[in-house]
Design a protein around this ligand. Sequence first.
Ligand SMILES: Nc1nc2c(ncn2[C@@H]2O[C@H](COP(=O)(O)OP(=O)(O)OP(=O)(O)O)[C@@H](O)[C@H]2O)c(=O)[nH]1
Ligand SMILES: [Mg+2]
Length: 439
Amino acid sequence: MPMDRSQTIFALASAPGKAGVAIVRVSGAKAGLSINLLTGKKDIVPRQARFLSLYDTGGVLIDRALVLFFQAPKSFTGEDVAEFHLHGGRAVVDALCSVLTGDLGLRPAEPGEFTRRAVENGKLDLTQAEAIADLVDAETEAQRRQAVRQYEGVFGQKIEEWRDVLVRALALAEVDIDFSDEEVPEDSVGGGRILCAEVREAISAQLADRRRGELIREGLQVAVIGPPNAGKSSLVNALARRDVAIVSSIPGTTRDVIEVRLNLDGYAVVLADTAGLRDPTEEIEAEGVRRALQRAGEADMVVLLRDGVLGENPINLPESMVNKPYITVWNKSDLFWPVPQEGLRVSATTGEGIDAVVAAIAAKAKEMLGGSAAPLTRPRHRYCLEEALSALVRAQTAKEPELFAEDVRLALRALGRIVGKVDVEDVLDIVFRDFCIGK
Ligand SMILES: Nc1nc2c(ncn2[C@@H]2O[C@H](COP(=O)(O)OP(=O)(O)OP(=O)(O)O)[C@@H](O)[C@H]2O)c(=O)[nH]1
Ligand SMILES: [Mg+2]
């Protein structure tokens, strides 16, 4: 993405559309000038809110607004930043923006450009920038908690600590390389290997997080499976509190996998309704059953829904479900009594027992996703850590100090990419692709 960093940029930082207040943010050398031009005031004190009238260059009043100025480097981006908090009408924002583009020649910001500048100016590392995107996208409590921890720099600091240790290991190896012909008092590359092993173990432990962070971010995949007519679609509708799937008394109604995103007790869940499992009667149903089994196999958790009226007749559980966390739920409790089997009892039509199903899914989710350490939140982190790990495994067996040093350098590079310290341009392009404008 060729972006001119010397240009002053601006964007609507608040949500687009009508609102009580809209915030337009300006970053770059002309931020102060934009305040001068719009307000006619030259005596703006940084970090002090002023309530001022904004005028266009023809002297026509645009709005009265709260105006803030942050002087570089003490700002979000590390550059001069101006903020205009105006009334959130579209025409008000448009009028301000046309002065910014027309008279001041400022450029509308690209998606994520403010945060990108913050990274480039050393205000944030890349994991913190990603955390800002996650914080803005957070829909559940678990997502918010995870994002805010990463924004605090918990993960980035861990990477920096590992990098420090590896730099020391590298220095020890360099001693061996530089003084190979002379007397080196100790086996210094040996010391380097010990340091490497420490980092290697720490990275392995970090990688063994069962993808918790990614699952919190992306949502836990939960598939509802069971025999036809058990009420799977009715249950999914009841959990989603809306009519997402067709319900009918004809067995074999659902064919495609139908997904709905839910927030269950603070965890993001992608709930999937599937076709009833039985020997299919025709081609389309056969495809539905195939998809249901595939989805059950890919899911992180399965809700096995059964018809309580029919009782405990045996069903063949798909092989892919072995070792998968699952909950058995008996439906149609309004029609059967007493509880014949182990598992939860629910009526998808009356709503009886629905809260217990939510609680059971959430409890399992907590079991799978809970934990205090900062987990990896993106596949990007995982790839880089895996790369660093394999370099360190190689380093461990490298005989020559030169080869050892080379592998440690590769590991350092892979870790550096996580926090945005190496290959910066390439990595930034990828990370900021998913940002929205104004961040
Ligand atoms: N009495 C009663 N009927 C229910 C309950 N849940 C579902 N039903 C009925 O059972 C029938 C089947 O419901 P669906 O939700 O379509 O069942 P399904 O498991 O999705 O069925 P397929 O998509 O065909 O596999 C419908 O007539 C529902 O009204 C319940 O809790 N009590
Ligand atoms: Mg169905």
